[in-house]
Design a binder for this molecule. Structure first.
Ligand code: C5P
Length: 227
């Protein structure tokens, strides 16, 4: 199983295509997100994906009917994984899962719990007391009990989530840095090896690959480190 997902975070179609061509042989999936998709849309999705499996990370969050419609609109693209915000509530999560099931090949619905950019103080400002760890568990439970296939989580949450929910949920883990790589804006990181050993199904790596002089070689090295 190829556990590496490369985040193709660029608004430029040419660059996205070149990156995908280089890294896809070493990846289970490539990740396209808001920055790319809002500029290039479904046509750009297909042009960038070039037939490779895609994790489409749009973090949907709206009323259940609207999220279900959004998921339906995305189904023809054939992404393997879609993201929603667990904070949208039980009915929204269930609506997304139900809409996904209408596809011949159902995409996995992954829930985002607490954005890793929010610390305890920032979370308290949104009205959530008790800190991120507690809120992650609460929202993870809500997501998994309402039809989500898995979670996007930080490496430091993996063991607690596995303890609480077992082996079944798909855990997709960003905030990964090979030993010695620049942190960028990621504060709490793990190496690819550490994250996989901790129980990650997939690791998401962006800049250490996309910012390398040779992205294909960087992806190959990370893939080899977790093979
Ligand atoms: O460049 P870097 O490896 O930090 O990219 C990580 C990718 O994972 C980015 O696309 C970022 O949006 C995403 N991500 C994250 N932390 C989360 C959720 C998603 O870094 N909690």
């Amino acid at each position: 199983m190829k556990r590496l997902i490369t985040a193709i975070d660029t608004p430029e179609l040419d660059r996205a295509q070149a990156l995908v061509r280089g890294v896809a042989p070493h990846c289970g999936l490539v990740k396209l997100g808001l920055e790319f998709f809002l500029r290039h849309g479904p046509a750009g999705f297909a042009a960038a994906a070039q037939g490779n499996p895609v994790f489409l990370d749009l973090k949907l969050h709206d009323i259940p009917n609207t999220v279900a419609g959004a998921v339906r609109s995305l189904l023809p693209l054939g992404a393997e994984m879609l993201t929603i915000h667990a904070g949208g509530g039980a009915q929204m999560i269930a609506a997304a899962a139900k809409a996904a099931a209408e596809a011949p090949k159902r995409p996995k619905i992954l829930a985002v719990t607490v954005l890793t950019s929010l610390d305890a103080a920032a979370l308290a400002e949104t009205g959530v007391a008790g800190g991120p760890a507690q809120q992650v568990l609460r929202l993870a439970r809500l997501a998994l009990e309402n039809g989500a296939d898995g979670l996007v989580c930080s490496a430091h949450e993996i063991s607690r989530l596995r303890d609480a929910f077992g082996a079944k949920p798909v855990l997709v883990v960003p905030g990964i840095r090979p030993a010695g790589a620049a942190l960028g804006d990621q504060a709490r990181v793990m190496t690819p090896e550490e994250a996989v050993a901790a129980g990650a199904d997939y690791i998401v790596v962006g800049r250490p690959i996309t910012g390398a002089a040779d992205p294909a070689a960087a992806a190959a090295a990370i893939a080899a480190s977790i093979a």
